[in-house]
Design a protein. Structure first.
Ligand SMILES: C[S@@+](CC[C@H](N)C(=O)[O-])C[C@H]1O[C@@H](n2cnc3c(N)ncnc32)[C@H](O)[C@@H]1O
Length: 281
C-alpha cells in the first residue's frame, strides 16, 4: 500500500477513505490540484486511477517526479546523506542540517534528495520558505529520523507510474478536468482565528481573495459536470462562500498531524463540501 513519502501540513490521511468512497466508478481521471504530500492520492491508488496531480510548489512536484522516474538514483543519493547524519551527535546533526538547508543543489535529483532530507530532519516536517523562497524551518530533534525509506519510495514510485505531475496554480489545474472526472481540492485552510494561520507553503499568500477565486473555480467545475470535493476549515467565511449553491456541506472531525498552534492537536472539525447533487441532477 503506497503512502506519502513526505510529511506535509494538512495531510489528509485520516479523511482519505471518506473522500475516496465518493470517487465515481468508471474510467474517470482523478485530479488533485493541491497535492501536498498526496495522502488522498496514495490511499486511492488501490483503485488504479488515472491521475493528474498538481501543486504550485515546484520543488515538491519536481521531487514527486524524481521519486517516480529516478527512484534508484534518488535512493542512492539519500543513502549517504542518511548515514552521515545519523552517525553524528546532536550538534553535528544540527550543523549538517544547516549546511544542507543553505546549499541548494543545481540538479533536480540533488534538490529532491535535499527536500526529503530536510523534510525528515526539520522541525515537525514543516515546509516553509521566506520571502526569497528559501527554506527556513529550524532543525528538528528526532532521535532516529527515517531519512531513507527505500521500500516506501519504491512503492510510491509504482503508484505514481502513470500519473501526470504538473506545477501550476489550481485554476489552471482545474481547467483540465472534464465531465465525468473527479477533483479533490485541499487548499491551505482559511484560518479559524487571526493567529492560527498557516499559509506559508510557498511565498504566495493564500488569503480570502484566493478562497473566493477557488469557490468560483468550484462553481465552474460544477457547471461543466465535473464532480468535485473540497475540504476547508469551519470558518464562517468559508461557510458563507459555499452556502446557497446547492452543495453538500458536511462537518467532519479529524485529528491533525501538524498544527501551527502547539497545543492544538486535539481533533478539529472541518468542512467537506461536494457538488454531487448538482452534477448528477
Ligand atoms: C493543505 S495542503 C495539501 C495537503 C494534502 N492534501 C496532503 O494530504 O498532504 C495545500 C497545498 O496547496 C499548495 N498550494 C498553495 N497555493 C496554491 C495554488 N494557488 N495553487 C495550487 N497549489 C497551491 C501548497 O503548496 C500545499 O502543498
Amino acid at each position: 500500500m503506497a503512502a506519502p513519502f513526505l510529511k506535509w501540513a494538512g495531510g489528509k490521511k485520516r479523511l482519505a477513505s471518506r473522500i475516496i468512497a465518493s470517487i465515481p466508478a468508471g474510467g474517470a481521471t482523478y485530479h488533485e490540484p493541491f497535492l501536498g504530500g498526496g495522502a488522498v492520492f496514495f490511499a486511492a491508488q488501490a483503485s488504479a486511477l488515472r491521475a493528474r496531480l498538481c501543486d504550485s510548489n515546484a520543488e515538491l512536484i519536481e521531487c514527486f517526479g524524481m521519486v517516480r522516474d529516478r527512484t534508484e538514483d534518488l535512493i542512492a543519493r539519500l543513502e549517504p546523506m542518511a548515514r552521515e547524519y545519523l552517525a553524528e551527535d546532536a550538534d553535528g546533526r544540527k550543523r549538517l542540517y544547516l549546511e544542507r538547508r543553505a546549499a541548494i543543489p543545481g540538479d533536480p535529483l540533488g534538490r529532491s534528495a535535499r527536500l526529503i532530507f530536510l523534510n525528515r530532519t526539520c522541525y515537525n516536517g514543516l515546509y516553509r520558505v521566506n520571502a526569497k523562497g528559501l527554506f527556513n524551518v529550524p532543525h528538528g530533534r528526532y532521535l532516529n529520523p527515517r531519512i531513507l525509506d527505500a521500500s516506501g519510495l519504491r512503492t510510491a514510485a509504482g503508484a505514481l507510474a502513470a500519473t501526470e505531475l504538473v506545477s501550476e496554480d489550481f485554476e489552471a489545474a482545474c481547467a483540465h478536468a472534464k465531465a465525468g472526472d473527479f477533483v479533490y481540492l485541499d487548499p491551505p485552510y482559511f484560518p479559524l482565528t487571526a493567529t492560527a494561520r498557516f499559509t506559508d507553503y510557498t511565498t504566495g499568500e493564500f488569503g480570502s481573495a484566493q478562497h473566493t477565486r477557488l469557490r468560483d473555480v468550484f462553481e465552474d467545475l460544477t457547471g461543466r459536470g465535473v464532480a468535485a470535493m473540497l475540504s476547508n476549515s469551519t470558518a464562517p467565511y468559508v461557510e458563507d462562500l459555499y452556502s446557497g449553491h446547492g452543495y453538500g456541506i458536511a462537518r467532519v472531525t479529524m485529528s491533525r498531524a501538524i498544527n501551527s498552534v502547539g497545543a492544538g492537536r486535539a481533533p478539529v472539525a472541518e468542512l467537506l463540501i461536494d457538488n454531487f447533487e448538482r452534477v448528477s441532477g
